[in-house]
Structure formats: C-alpha cells, structure tokens
Unconditional design. Structure first.
Lengths: 529, 335
C-alpha cells in the first residue's frame, strides 16, 4: 500500500471519506479499480461498528414456493436468509476467495488430498440452547448426500464417499483427491443444523447471528439478534426485516424513500438514475458470473475451429460491457475464469475485437452463408440486445449472423445445451476446478459447448489433487489456454453484482464470493444514525 | 306410458312457473360445477404441457439427476397423468386440496391468507370505485356534453389509458418518495394493526380505483342515455319531474342490467386480475402466489388458485344475471 492510499484508507476508517471518493482518489494514485474496491472494503471493515437498530432489506428473488430448509434453498432470498440464521463449516474469504474457518476450526488433508480431517469448533450453541456436536455435523452432511437427498449441494458433494466421526473430528473420504474440498463445504446449502435437520428441516435452528422470528414465504422474513452468537464481529443490528420485492422499480423507490436500507439487483440501465438520489450509495462487486455465447464444438458448422475463432474475434467486448452492462462489468477472454478466482492464470493475452482476423479465419473455415444464433430475454438480462449488437460487429468482418428469438419459457430445456449456438449465462463457482468440472469436462452433464478434449480432462483431474499451489497454477494456465483457443465458448463479459445501500448504513463488504456480499449483507451492515 | 324424462321435464316446467328464480339459480349452480370441473382439466393439462416438470424447474440450475429422481419418486410424478389427476380430484371432492409440492404446507391454509389479502384490497377498491363510477356517470348524463361531462370523460379515459403499473409508479413517486406521506411498500403481514393495514393499501387501492373507474362510469352514462331517449322519460319530464329525480327514479332501474354486468366484470378483475399491481406495490395477494406456483409447476397450488379464480368469475356473473332479472319485470316473468 503506497502512502497516499494508506492515508485514504485511514480516512475511510474514520468515516471521513465515502466509497466513491476513496476509489476515485486511489485510482488517481495508480491503483486498479478492483484493488481500490477491495481495499475500501478492508478499510470500511476496520471502522468501529455501531450496534442496535432495525435493518430492512428489499430483495429480488423470493417466491411463495420458498422454504427454510437449506437443502432446498434456490432463491436469492433464501440464500441471504440462510446466512442470517445458520453457519457453514467453512467460509470463503471476501477478497481472496480462499477457505477460512467457520464452524470448522482447522483442517488437514492427507498426502493425496483424498482424506480430510476437520476439527469442529467447541462451545458453539444452537438457537435452541443445545451445543453443536460432531454428530450434528456428520448428520447434516449425511442428509445432503444420502440416497434420498433432494439437496442443491448434491452435485458439489458427489465425490464424498465417507463421512465419519473419528475421535471427535470430522473425517471425509473422497473417491479421488480434491485440494479444494474445504471451499466446497462453504456452499450455502450446507448449513449445520441440530441432528442434521432430519427431524424438521424447516425449523430454522442454527448457529448464526440472527434467529428467525417470522417467515412468510414470498412475502417477508424477520429476525432477532442471537444474543449467544459465538462471534462478535457480525450481526450488529437488533433485528432484521427482509421483504420480497421482485419489481426493480419498487426496490428503487423503497430505497430512495428510505423505507429500506439495502436492495439487490439494481438494473444497470437505471443505475444512473438511482445514483442521483442523495441518500443512496451504489455497491458494485466484481463477480464470477458471466454472459456467454456458446457453440457446440462437435456440431457442424461449429466443429471447425477456424469458424469458432472467427466468431470469437468478431465480438466487440468493450462495447458489450458498456452497452449491455452499463459499464458494470469486465471484459472476458473466452475462458470462464477471472481474477477473482484463487490461482488465476496471469499473462494470457486479452482477445479483442479484430474484424480482419475474424474475416481471415472465416475465409479459412470455408463456411458459406449465415450462422444461426438462438437467443431469448431469459438467457441473461439484455441478451437479445447483445445478440443484435454482435450481429452488427460481425457484419463488419463479413460474417452474417442470423438471430432467432426463442420463447423464454422452456429456453433452458429446449435451447440451452441442446441447440448448437445460443446465448446463456453462468454463475460463478467457488473454485476453478468446480467451474471447469461443471461445464468443460468431457463427461460433464452441462458441457454446453460440447468440449471434448482428453488432454484437458487429464490435467483437470491432476490439478484437482495437486497440493503444490505453484504447479497447480501452471496447470490452470494451460487449461485456460485450451478453452480459450480451441473451445466453443465466446465470453464477452463478466457481470458485476450491483446492489445499493442508503448512506446511513456502513459495513458493506465487496465479497467476491457471490451477490449481496456473498449473502452475508445483513450480518455485516450496521446503522449509523 | 310414463316417460320418466317427460316427468322430469314437466316437474321442471311446473317449478319454473312457481319459483322461476330458484330454478334458475339451481341450474346455474349445476352448470358452474360442470364448468369448474372442465377448468380443472384444462389447468391440469396446461401445466402438464409446459416444458419441464416440478422436479426440474424447482431445482433449477443446481439440479442433479439423483435429486430430480428423488423428488419425482417422493411426489409420485413418475405415475401416469390420469392416475395423478383422479387422485387429485378425489381429494378435492372431499374438500382436501392437498399440500404444496414446493413448501409441503397445506394449500388451504396458505391460500386462505392470500385470498384474504386479495379480498381485503378488492373490497376497498370496489367500495370506493363502484359508487364513484355510478355517481359520476349520472352526473355526466345530467351535464351531458357540457364541461363537467367532458372533464369526467377525459380524466377517466386518461386513467384507463395508462397501464396500471405506470399509474402505480406515478403514485409511488409523488406520495411515497417525494412527499413521504404514503406507506410504501404495501406489504401486509399477520401481526399488523387494522389502521396500519388500511394505510398500507392506500396507494394500491387508489391505483385500482383509477383503473376500473372509466369502464363502469362510461357504461353507466351510455346505459342511462339510451334509456333517457325512450318515451316514458319524456312523460316523466312532461309530468314535471326534475331532471335528476327522473334519472334516479325512472332511468336508473331500467339501465341497471348493463351496468351491473360491467360492475361484476370489474369486481372479478379486482379479485383475480391485479397481479401487476400486487408486484408493483409488493402486496402479498393471490395473483403473485399463483404466478410463483406456475413458475415451478406446483400443481396443487396452481389448481386451487385456478379454481378459486374461475369460481369468483362464475359467481359474480351469476349475481349480475340474477340482479338484472330481479330488476327487470319482463325477465322476472318470462312467457
């Protein structure tokens, strides 16, 4: 940290400088936006939190089909709810993305990372007064992985073969080595419940900083502070109220009129208008989610790598970020990893819009006629606009793209992962291994680019069990290049998470883990006045 | 030789002469049940025809084949469609709407709360808009083609021409954001006091009133004007009745049938068609509940909502017909 930036950080800590000012000045002093943003989070964290008050959140993504059972949690609303009342064994670090202890105090792998031993924290109390034991942990993981499991984390935990209590420690045995196992346990479904939640999965009894007071699915949830919380660095307010607001304009109105302190999913198209409200602060966080144009590498005409390269060079990434994301995002480089991941492969050249190269590869491919791209509004916000924009930039390279707009209902079952060229999106995954295993391994169900490369598969499995970080980083570098240069993925942009708070709350942390400060927003905010 | 059917017909004919209204209501109720049954088949088939079943859509992107299979086995989705439909129907006939697939809670319990909220909002919107619309309609007739008539027409047409969400947003911007006098969001919940509830629904009620006002007002105006041109109104005028009194006493009863029909349609809309207003004002009514259920193909909830909506329409239309018959002597005593 250079001296002027250090000074700015101290001003933030003393509440004398707001976020916009800090980031602006730090960038002027030579810091990148991502670095300045994360630094601001740290400086704001160092601020002395004020306790008390009633915190209100207006959130998109709740439905009357929501349940408290964390295994079945699938909406943004229940995701943030789980974080309030429950804890996972491991958390991910807000800025580095590495595994940090939570209900597990520490952990140790064996030599090939196939057997892991976790020490469980002592003296932690559930909301019902009972003490957390190793039994609760074992049963929770059992409930998410047994043969009757309906858990959303089942896919993540597929490689776990044994869950045992050995002398009070949790021992997990895997079918193959996995150096990332601790991070997998930070999945938001894996909230530790008393007795594993077998008796009453919807009880909402956990070890989190807030106790559930009232829950009406699709309407709202209220929480009161857990006075026996095992941590003191979270849960600053006395009570929390989360209200389901699925209409973007309603959320903006509620925030700017001061009815709520926080809203999620600010529409990039209207963020400029919201900024004008004097009591509002926009909170943007670099994310791992990305918007994609995907080609099936095994289907004509996309089985020709020159055609794929031509289509990659025909994409104007900067304009996409500017027009489709309103500037709230970063350009992509045709592999699904960005610098928010641990072990990000550095030094890979940024691919940019180049009509000449596109025309050259298009000619070399020998393809004649137009290319059919299927899209829909549900693929990602602004997907149809993005397709039209792409059509225009490709035209300059002499490539004719025909756009077919598909109905939104059924897009995910009839078009995505079925048709050879379509638009789609991906949320991030906690690790590079997870991202590649989910969608780029030859045998993956969701290999939506039909990327079949045995060398790639081999390195992926080797890297998974590799405990030497330097070697592992090199492997990820090679894999990124393979996907970038021979894959069927066109990745123009990574979208930021855009949230907003009122100016009288502090403590928002730009957590790269996921949206809404990785769901921890209510446990991290405090009210100043 | 006694034909049993002829006997029934004869009885029906006799009943129709002695109790025409009761026979009509009984017939309409029977038809309504038949209609509801048809609606339930339509909804069931419709949801089945949508791509993706409950297990797939509910798990969404995090679905694994094993989890999907577990949910299907759990709910019996792997059985044939007819078996599932008749099982559901069997439950409904006994008054059991089943449990929501998504939350596992009884449908009846959840719907009661949501329906209560919807009726609460609809009641106040109707209590304000119906008298207002009919009253304004009469005023417009009285000042026909003069300034008050024009003003009423222009304002109410402007209100109906704007989409309801837009009216909602305008009200929010002025009364909640800029002036800060109205409650927003309009969320109502269990332990809310009566006065808090009333404050919460002020803006959505105002929106709904503006949306339904013009339709009813213009129908009132048109119906009364057509009656006004008839001979007996001239007689009323000639015998020296005041214009307003003539409207209330002679024109209104004869114009009631079309007005009641339009009022019934608008009341039905207030109960079942206001999902957009619910979303804009964050109001937990039936509309949003059904949309959520359709999104994940939660069949028991979709069915129950659909049946209630259909029942509301059928019931209100029936009431409108009955009122029209009771009000009109010619229909009351058919020859």
């Amino acid at each position: 940290m250079t001296d002027p930036i250090k000074y700015f950080a101290s001003r933030v800590t003393a509440s004398e400088m707001n976020r916009r000012e800090f980031i602006g000045r730090s960038m002027a002093a030579g810091l990148t936006l991502a670095a300045a943003t994360s630094l601001y989070g740290k400086a704001a964290m160092a601020q002395e939190p004020k306790r008390g008050g009633h915190l209100k959140l207006g959130l998109q993504g709740g439905a009357s089909t929501d349940v408290i059972d964390p295994a079945k949690s699938s909406s943004q609303f229940t995701f943030a709810m789980n974080r309030n009342w429950g804890d996972t064994l491991v958390e991910s670090h807000p800025t580095s993305g590495l595994a940090v202890p939570s209900l597990a105090e520490s952990w140790e792998p064996n030599a090939d990372a196939s057997v892991w031993t976790f020490k469980i924290r002592k003296g932690v109390e559930f909301h019902d007064g009972s003490e957390l034991t190793i039994d609760d942990v074992v049963k929770t993981l059992n409930r998410h992985t047994d043969e009757k499991s309906e858990s959303g984390a089942l896919g993540v935990l597929g490689s776990i073969k044994g869950i045992e209590n050995k002398g009070g420690d949790l021992v997990l045995t895997l079918s193959e080595g996995n150096a990332d196992l601790p991070l997998l346990l930070s999945d938001y479904h894996l909230v530790i419940q008393p007795g594993g939640g077998y008796d009453n999965p919807n009880a909402g009894i956990g070890t989190g900083p807030f106790k559930i007071d009232n829950f009406e699915a699709g309407v709202r949830a209220t929480f009161v502070k857990n006075e026996n919380d095992w941590r003191t660095d979270r849960g600053f307010v006395d009570s929390v109220e989360m209200i389901v607001m699925n209409d973007a304009t309603a959320r903006m109105a509620a925030l700017s009129s001061g009815q709520v302190h926080f809203i999620n999913r600010v529409d990039p198209k209207t963020v400029g208008l919201l900024k004008r409200a004097p009591n509002v602060e926009i909170q943007t966080t670099s994310g791992r989610g990305h918007y994609v144009f995907i080609m099936h590498c095994n289907t004509a005409p996309f089985d020709n790598n020159d055609l794929r390269l031509a289509l990659k060079y025909a994409m104007d990434r900067e304009t996409m970020v500017e027009k489709i994301l309103g500037g709230y995002g970063k350009v992509g480089n045709d592999f699904p990893i960005n610098e928010t991941y641990a072990l990000f492969p550095e030094g890979i050249e940024q691919r940019s819009y180049d009509p000449d190269k596109a025309a050259f590869h298009f000619k070399k491919s020998g393809h004649d006629g137009s290319v059919l791209l299927r899209t829909s509004d549900v693929a990602f916000p602004g997907a149809v606009d993005a397709a039209v924009l792409y059509q225009e930039t490709a035209k300059k390279a002499g490539i004719d793209i025909e756009i077919k707009r598909e109905p939104g209902d059924g897009y995910w079952s009839n078009v995505w992962n079925v048709q050879p060229f379509s638009t789609s999106y991906w949320g991030g995954r906690p690790t590079q291994d997870q991202m590649y295993s989910t969608a780029y391994l030859s045998s993956a169900d969701w290999n939506d680019t039909r990327f079949f490369n045995t060398d790639f598969d081999k390195i992926l499995l080797e890297a998974r069990a590799e405990l030497d970080q330097a070697k592992r980083k090199e492997m990820y570098h090679d894999m990124a290049l393979m996907v970038r240069d021979t894959g069927g993925l066109i990745l123009p942009m990574f979208n930021d998470f855009v949230n907003a708070t009122t100016t009288n709350v502090s403590g928002f942390v730009d957590d790269i883990g996921n949206d809404m400060s990785n769901g921890y927003v209510a446990t991290r905010l405090w009210i100043n006045s | 030789m006694a034909n049993p059917l002829a006997g029934v017909r004869a009885t029906r004919h006799r009943l129709k002469e002695t109790h025409p209204l009761s026979v009509l209501i009984a017939e309409r109720l029977g038809l309504s049940l038949l209609l509801l049954w048809a609606v339930s088949i339509l909804i069931f088939a419709g949801v089945e025809a949508l791509p993706g079943d409950f297990a797939e859509t509910y798990l969404g992107q995090s679905a694994t084949p094993q989890a999907i299979a577990n949910i299907r086995a759990d709910l019996g989705l792997d059985r044939p469609i007819t078996t599932r439909y008749f099982e559901w129907l069997g439950g409904v006939v006994q008054g059991d709407f089943g449990n929501s697939w998504a939350s596992g809670a009884p449908v009846t319990e959840q719907i009661t709360k949501r329906l209560g909220n919807s009726l609460f909002l609809a009641f106040f919107a109707a209590a304000i808009s119906v008298p207002l619309a009919v009253g304004l309609g009469m005023v417009a007739v009285h000042y026909r083609n003069r300034i008050p008539d024009r003003v009423i027409n222009v304002l109410s047409l402007a209100a109906i021409s704007l989409p309801e969400f837009f009216i909602g947003y305008i009200l929010i911007v002025f009364f909640a954001v800029q002036m800060g006098v109205a409650t927003f969001p309009s969320t109502v919940y269990d332990n809310m006091s009566w006065s808090e509830r009333l404050a919460a629904i002020a803006l959505p009620t105002a929106t709904l009133v503006m949306v339904v006002l013009a339709h009813m007002m213009r129908m009132t105006r048109a119906a009364i004007i057509s009656v006004m041109s008839s001979a007996y109104m001239e007689t009323a005028e000639l015998k020296g009745l005041g214009a307003f009194k003539a409207i209330v006493k002679h024109a209104a009863p004869n114009a009631i049938a079309p007005i009641v029909n339009v009022v019934a349609l608008n009341l039905a809309y207030l109960v079942v068609g206001v999902v957009v207003v619910e979303v804009v004002f964050v109001y937990p009514g039936m509309g949003q509940y059904m949309v959520d259920a359709v999104t994940v193909r939660d069949m028991p909830v979709v069915q129950a909502c659909g049946l209630i909506f259909a029942a509301v329409y059928i019931l209100l239309n029936m009431v409108a017909d009955i009122v029209a018959i009771v009000a009109n002597p010619r229909l009351r005593h058919p020859r």
